[in-house]
Structure formats: structure tokens, C-alpha cells
Design a protein. Structure first.
Length: 273
């Protein structure tokens, strides 16, 4: 297998079994004495064909932390990410309160999917079940890890795509560009699936968006987490119900019905999230 060091003549190959292969070179964007990447800022994994990480190059976690710190200090957070700088810094899995309803169980399952790095998770149930918080935590955790991620209500995603029609020139180019932004993320959390209009335009765009996300989940390329205030999957459109109930996802427990108490009624007065 070729390693990152093959891309630069200065690199020194140093393979480890099933682990990152650091390639120390003097002109990377990480610390020259970094124990993982040796200064390059990227790592590859020595894994067999078929493994989800086979052939992939990832950011070194130390380089990621440097980048995220600088990103948050700059204050130039892309509004499409859907989180404030404070939320990106502070939101974490431990904030989901235990024993109130089923949110802690949903959090555990969603975290498992997040750590796998791919899949399609669907959270559905009544209000106050912690769905939105779980989605935001997944996105904040992804951003801190240097991944491309966003949290948005489905209506907000459609509004961003629809604004492509405001372009006087190259409308289709802008439409494709915006669709690609949303569907190329490493982690996309879509909230309030049930609160969108049902015009022909909206139906067409929702199908196109969710089908592309489904395909990337099947190919183990990305993670999509969807939340809705439905009480049954029978309320879903047929095409979406079929995809969400795909055994490759539902068989892993990624189809999660929450039906406990409304957690908002027991929130501490000073709770920020």
C-alpha cells in the first residue's frame, strides 16, 4: 500500500499494524514532533481492502484541534453550520440527561453511529424528547474533530437551495452547487422533517436531497441524522420510509422511537442547552 510519505520525497515511512502511519516532514501544518503525523497534519490507516478507512486520508487529531481553535477564535463560522461558536465549544454527549425519558438511550445509539462515521439515523416521537439536542451535539462534536458538518431544520435547507433561483445568471449551476454543499458533508443533522411545505417543488427537492444522503450512507461515506415529531414511520412518504427502514440501518438500532416524558418540563432553570 502507498502511504502519505509517497507523496513527498522528504517523507519517512513508518507503518504500524491497523494504526495511523505518521510521515514526519519538516513543512507540514502540525507540530514537527507530533506523535501521530510527524508534522504533515494528515494520516492514513494500514487496513485491509473493504475496511471503511481503506484508502482514506484523515486529519491528524492534533492538527484538527489547532485548526478548530483558530476557527472558533476567528468568529467566521459559516452560518449554514447551524450552531453558535459557544455551542461548537461546549456541546457534548454528557449533556443529555439520564433518567428523564429515552433521550439517553437515543444518545448512546447516535453516538455509536457517529463513531462508526456513517449511516442513517432516524429519531422520531413527541416534543421534549431531546432529539434536537442530540443532533446538535453530533454536529458540534464533528466540527471539533475537523469534519464538515451542519445542523439545520429541513425548511432551512430548502430555503438555502431555493435562494439559488435569486441568481439572474447560471441558476442551475448555483442550484447544483448548493445541493452539493448539503449532500457532501461528513455529518448532516436534519431537524423537523415534518415541518415543511408540500409543494411539488419542495417534494422534488426533498426526495433529491434525502436520496443522495441515503446513497452516501449506504456507501459508508457519511452520516445523516434525521429527527421528526412523528408518532409512527407510517407518516413518512413511501420512498423515505423504505430507506429509513433499510436493515443496514434499522438492524443497527438506528430507527429510534422516543415516547417518554417531555424533558423540557423538568429542565433546571439555568440550563443553557
Amino acid at each position: 500500500m502507498n502511504h502519505i510519505s509517497d507523496l513527498t520525497p522528504e517523507g519517512i515511512q513508518n507503518a504500524g499494524k491497523d494504526g495511523p502511519v505518521p510521515q514526519p516532514i519538516p513543512h507540514g501544518d502540525c507540530s514537527p514532533d507530533c506523535p501521530e503525523c510527524g508534522g504533515i497534519g494528515y494520516i492514513r490507516y494500514e487496513v485491509p481492502i473493504g475496511h471503511p478507512k481503506f484508502g482514506k486520508v484523515e486529519r491528524c487529531r492534533y492538527a484538527q484541534s489547532h485548526n478548530i481553535a483558530a476557527y472558533l477564535r476567528s468568529g467566521n463560522i459559516d452560518p449554514r453550520i447551524g450552531l453558535t461558536a459557544d455551542e461548537v465549544r461546549q456541546l457534548n454527549w454528557d449533556l443529555v440527561r439520564k433518567g428523564v425519558n429515552q433521550a439517553d438511550q437515543a444518545c448512546t445509539t447516535t453516538r455509536k453511529a457517529f463513531e462508526e462515521g456513517h449511516g442513517l439515523v432516524f429519531l422520531y416521537g413527541g416534543f421534549g424528547q431531546g432529539k434536537s439536542l442530540i443532533l446538535k451535539i453530533a454536529v458540534a462534536t464533528a466540527v471539533r474533530a475537523g469534519k464538515r458538518a451542519a445542523y439545520a431544520n429541513l425548511a432551512g435547507v430548502l430555503d438555502d437551495i431555493r435562494s439559488a433561483y435569486d441568481e439572474r445568471e447560471n441558476k442551475m449551476t448555483e442550484l447544483v452547487r448548493r445541493m452539493e454543499w448539503w449532500t457532501s458533508l461528513d455529518v448532516l443533522a436534519i431537524d423537523e422533517l415534518d415541518k415543511v411545505g408540500q409543494t411539488d417543488w419542495a417534494k422534488e427537492r426533498i426526495f433529491q436531497l434525502l436520496d443522495l444522503l441515503y446513497q452516501r450512507a449506504v456507501r459508508q461515506e457519511a452520516l445523516t441524522i434525521i429527527a421528526a415529531n412523528y408518532q409512527s414511520t407510517d407518516e413518512l412518504s413511501g420512498y423515505l420510509k423504505s430507506r429509513i427502514e433499510d436493515n443496514r440501518f434499522a438492524g443497527n438500532g438506528y430507527l429510534i422511537h422516543l415516547e417518554g416524558a417531555d424533558g423540557r418540563k423538568s429542565m433546571p432553570r439555568n440550563w443553557k442547552y
